[in-house]
Design a protein around this ligand. Structure first.
Ligand code: BG6
Ligand code: MG
Length: 225
């Protein structure tokens, strides 16, 4: 008894781009007189570019003074900064344990999916040398609702032709855990502050096939009782 697919978030799970998003947003926010810290950044994880900007503006009480045209320009500037920061990504920027886990999944014929709302996901996977390791990557450009909506995880399941109940999702964001749970998959959280994850690990170092398989068996034997 084993899961048919493991579906990964990208930023903060496969590589530490969550921090690069923060650095880019911090620069943009400063230009319009808003300070953001790591705590605000937690709320931006898993949220689309425009929704992230809306949250930053709300935090700075600037929703009224920045119109849609200015928002589009700010989002474009943030992305240009972010893409510049991505230039440093290399295969060794993959977080510990992830490359080994991907190998272990392939050996066992477990499908591998990506559920990232980042429009930069394809270029990041290429820079990490991991594009070939994913059987299906949901297209963020086709997603209407950011996490915590389950849309992107359901799109990944559909692309892999698997039912969510046969999958495990891995996330570092609270919105992502809510999205996985709402999709019907089992959720694995990476971090210390996450709530409602079916399994919480402090770091990707703890991820392995043995860990995921044991978790799956535990959950399914409990359901059978
Ligand atoms: C998510 C990140 O993966 O992608 C968010 O967690 C980010 O922080 C979102 O805003 C959108 O990314 P991008 O690359 O399309 O701006
Ligand atoms: Mg993430």
């Amino acid at each position: 008894m084993k899961p048919q697919a493991i579906i990964f978030d990208l930023d903060g799970v496969v590589t530490d781009t969550a921090h690069l998003h923060f650095l880019a947003w911090q620069r943009i926010a400063r230009e319009i007189g808003i300070d953001i810290d790591e705590q605000i950044n937690e709320q931006l994880k898993g949220i689309s570019r425009m929704d992230s900007l809306a949250r930053i503006l709300r935090h700075g009480g600037a929703e009224q003074r920045i119109d849609q045209q200015q928002r589009l320009r700010l989002a474009e500037q943030k992305n240009a900064l972010y893409v510049e920061l991505l230039q440093d990504l290399r295969p060794d920027s993959v977080l510990p344990g992830i490359a080994e886990l991907l190998e272990q999944l392939h050996t066992r014929d477990i499908r591998v999916g990506l559920a990232s709302v980042s429009l930069n996901a394809p270029r990041i996977l290429d820079a990490l040398g991991l594009a070939i390791q994913f059987d299906f990557c949901a297209d963020a450009g086709k997603i209407k609702r950011s996490k915590p909506d389950p849309e992107i995880f359901l799109a990944a399941c559909e692309g892999l032709s698997v039912s969510p109940v046969n999958c495990i999702g891995i996330e570092d964001a609270q919105a992502g855990i809510e999205a996985i749970n709402a999709s019907g998959m089992l959720s694995v959280g990476i971090g210390t502050q996450l709530k409602h994850a079916d399994l919480l690990l402090t770091s990707t170092k703890e991820l392995s096939w043995t860990c995921l398989h044991t978790f799956w068996l535990t959950k399914h034997s409990k359901q059978a009782v």
